[in-house]
Design a protein around this ligand. Structure first.
Ligand code: GDP
Ligand code: ZN
Length: 307
């Protein structure tokens, strides 16, 4: 993470935790004496002139602090480690993909579309199997085992009983900034309410979206989980999205990546479709999904080239 050099009594650094109309809500990393931990900030005009949009998750330096009004001005934005568009959040480090074990029943194709979209961010991906109270233990273990073969170590939890929630909290404690995503109805809002109980007072799930009475124009807000972690209160992409380039599909499957580590396929630009001598086998569960996705992308890229 980038650091800012200038520090005096009237400057500080922090993270943008929410946008409200033209204001940025900034939480200070180490509030100087007598300065509130959260400030409502405007942007220096030269920032707008440079076209540097400031977003939730951005690390910023602030100046012109007014401790009485809890106001300040954002003077600069640190370069981003990552950028997600749905929801618009900078510096996310972990994408949590929530999939229900039942209601709606586990759908491997839909699950994979979300996982591939999550993998496309290039960030770490954590699978959460929600509603574990709806499945007998042996079937739950089979499903966990299946996800492990897909290259994931799932956390199974129930927002109903609370079982497994601690494991997710622990995982998130080692994460600077996480977002949740997954199909609608899998229990994302319920998980967020479990993680951020103080939210539930202001949150009512309406068709899976968090609605606020007062701040209807707010889109994303970051909430603290302990001292070092934050989670976005708004679920991310629920429309899956695939790469344009067929060669980029393979890296989105962790179980394929694992086959190429530490010995990459010896064919350059190989699409790993069972060619003799290819370093990737065809005997893994999601191979057919990979192969059909590949065909689709190859066909599309041919069309795109007008042939
Ligand atoms: P979202 O659309 O992903 O945000 O899902 P919600 O959190 O709105 O939950 C969808 C439905 O699943 C609601 O009726 C919840 O009560 C139910 N639900 C959520 N979590 C659990 C759980 O752990 N167990 C059970 N049995 N139902 C759950
Ligand atoms: Zn190959």
């Amino acid at each position: 993470m980038a650091e800012f050099s200038a520090t005096s009594t009237s400057t500080a650094t922090g993270i943008v935790v929410a946008l409200q109309a033209n204001y940025l809500e900034v939480e200070l990393h180490a509030p100087p004496d007598g300065i509130p931990g959260r400030l409502l900030c405007t942007r220096r005009t030269r920032l707008s002139h440079r076209g540097a949009a400031v977003h939730v998750g951005d690390q910023v330096s602030i100046e012109a602090i007014d401790p009485v009004q809890a106001r300040a001005v954002v003077a600069d934005v640190a370069p981003r480690d990552s950028w997600l568009t749905r929801p618009p959040v900078a510096n996310v480090s972990l994408v949590v993909v929530v999939l229900a074990v039942d209601q709606p029943s586990f759908d491997p194709d839909q699950a994979s579309r979300f996982l591939l979209t999550a993998e496309r961010t290039g960030l770490d991906v954590q699978v959460v199997l929600s509603k574990r109270d709806l499945l007998p233990p042996d079937q739950l273990e089979q499903l966990c085992e299946r996800l492990r073969r897909w290259g994931y170590e799932p956390i199974a939890l129930s927002s109903e009983t609370g079982e497994g929630v601690e494991a997710l909290q622990q995982r998130l404690r080692g994460t600077a900034l996480a977002v949740l995503c997954g199909p609608s109805g899998v229990g994302k809002s319920s998980v967020l309410n479990r993680l951020l109980p103080h939210l539930s007072l202001r949150v009512g799930a309406v068709s899976g979206r968090l609605q606020r009475g007062r701040h209807t124009t707010r889109h994303v807000e970051l909430f603290a989980l302990g001292d070092t972690s934050k989670v976005a209160d708004t679920p991310g992409f629920n429309r899956p999205d695939l790469p344009d380039d067929p060669r980029e599909l393979g890296v989105l499957f962790p179980e394929l990546r694992q086959q190429l580590d530490p010995w990459p396929c010896r064919f350059r630009d190989c699409l790993h479709r069972g060619e003799p001598g290819c370093g990737v086998s065809t005997t893994w569960e999601r191979y057919s999904l990979y192969a059909s996705g590949l065909e689709e992308l190859v066909a599309l890229s041919r069309q795109g080239r007008g042939g």
